[in-house]
Design a protein around this ligand. Structure first.
Ligand SMILES: Cc1cc2nc3c(=O)[nH]c(=O)nc-3n(C[C@H](O)[C@H](O)[C@H](O)COP(=O)(O)OP(=O)(O)OC[C@H]3O[C@@H](n4cnc5c(N)ncnc54)[C@H](O)[C@@H]3O)c2cc1C
Length: 393
């Protein structure tokens, strides 16, 4: 079909991948990002599935080994630190910052407009006008909403699809491997290491450092520890930061209330195998991300498309959130290439991506519930392998 003018709202991994693909296909693309600075604050690790790096590897010929760390074992530790289970399995891990920087570079001089928060939009049969907080109005033939879990576009178009709290949060942190005992650093840097205990689990894996270096000695050891908090006062108190400000989705490093941070470290010391407790105790700052589910029953609305977390926010247990956002972008570019008109393209795209989102959400809900509620998560269960479409794929 003809080339389109497209505004992409949200310049994180989903929005940027999509913008690169649509720009490569000859469309006239502009990305609008709410943040006034390039997004550098999200240093945490990500399981790095093929869809997440597909653009960088296939189109930009970036050597994935330079931006990620390969591990060859899935390992479970018992409470006494003994190895309960060790299976050979290759995963790649990277960090949000590393991937973001690479995608931004790949987008080259494509328009990426910071400090632009979409506050309203109006669509008609010929296009969409986006209204931004700073007063800018931008007209395009298609608006792609990649504005994440709190998407204002989704809230407007699917008010019934409210986020639902999963009942637990991820406590997270990172430690330079050089700050750990050398043997421990080695032990943790070639594996994803789990400990599963009552209504909780922690996983630990290596990631690039803040500068993106993946060289042994430079890397960080990253942990994600899932812990239950009741809806209401329990979670509200956790999300009230050290300045007394009630946060919505997350509490960033340095802002967690000291009594909660002290409790988490004390619990780590009391309940985790010493190797993993050492990591939690050595992290300079802990931070918190709340686990929410979002589900929509429509992703295409005339000339507006919702993708990534704006459409389906899935639990992190398949390490597939950024992969799903990227796949939404690949499939959108493909549908625009092959279909005769925009309506047909969005309808074709929506069919496959709704299926993907629903399937992944159901699978990750199940995995989460087995760990956090029913305690039926067993080492070696193939259903627990990361993957976008299914475990391992
Ligand atoms: C604990 C945890 C662990 C995870 N682990 C993994 C993992 O291992 N692997 C993995 O692939 N994924 C993982 N994820 C999921 C992953 O982080 C998300 O799925 C992914 O970031 C979604 O990307 P996105 O681009 O759709 O949205 P986001 O990254 O949320 O980006 C949305 C962007 O839109 C901008 N924005 C918002 N509103 C507006 C507006 N009105 N106007 C303009 N801009 C706006 C925001 O500033 C932001 O930059 C994890 C998530 C959590 C919580």
């Amino acid at each position: 079909m003809d080339k389109l003018s497209i505004q992409v709202v949200g310049g994180s991994l989903g929005g940027l991948t999509t913008a690169c693909l649509l720009r490569d296909a000859g469309h006239d693309v502009t990305v609008f990002e709410r943040s006034s600075r390039e997004l550098e604050e999200r240093g945490a690790g990500i399981g790095f599935l093929p869809a997440t790096y597909r653009y960088l590897a296939d189109r930009k010929h970036i050597d994935v080994s330079q931006i990620s760390i390969a591990t060859d074992h899935i390992r479970y530790l018992g409470r006494d630190g003994s190895v309960l289970h060790d299976a050979e399995h290759r995963y790649l891990f990277s960090s949000w910052n590393t991937v973001y920087r690479q995608l931004l570079e790949a987008y080259e001089d494509g328009p990426y407009v910071l400090g632009h928060e979409l506050v309203d939009f109006a669509a008609d049969s010929r296009g969409v006008t986006g209204y931004y907080h700073c007063g800018t109005e931008h007209r395009s033939e298609l608006l792609v909403a990649a504005d994440g879990i709190g998407s204002m576009v989704r809230t407007r178009l699917q008010p019934s699809s409210e986020r639902s709290y999963g009942g637990y949060v991820a406590w997270r942190g990172m430690v330079p491997e050089a700050e750990l005992d050398a043997d421990l650093g080695l032990f943790l840097s070639d594996a994803i290491t789990y400990h599963v205990f009552a209504n909780s689990h922690i996983l630990v894996y290596p990631i690039p450092n803040a500068d993106g270096s993946v060289a042994p000695g430079d890397r960080l050891i990253n942990f994600v520890w899932y812990r239950n908090y009741l809806e209401g006062g329990d979670i509200d108190d956790l999300l009230t930061d050290c300045d007394g400000v009630k946060r919505d989705l997350s509490v960033p490093p340095g802002k967690v209330a000291s009594h909660h941070e002290a409790e988490a470290r004390a619990t780590a010391a009391a309940r985790l195998p010493s190797q993993l407790a050492d990591v939690v105790l050595a992290a300079e700052h802990l931070f918190i991300q709340t686990i929410y589910d979002i589900e929509v029953d429509q992703m295409a609305f005339g000339r507006v498309a919702l993708l990534g977390d704006a459409a389906f926010a899935v639990r992190p247990h398949a390490a597939a959130g950024t992969a799903k956002a990227a796949d939404d972008g690949w499939m959108l570019a493909e549908a625009l290439r092959t279909e005769a008109d925009l309506g047909q393209a969005l309808a074709t795209w929506e069919r496959t991506q709704l299926d993907l989102g629903r399937g992944l959400l159901a699978r990750t809900r199940d995995v989460g519930s087995r760990s956090q509620v029913s305690n039926t998560w067993h080492p070696g269960d193939p259903d627990l392998i990361f993957g976008l479409h299914r475990p391992g794929d």
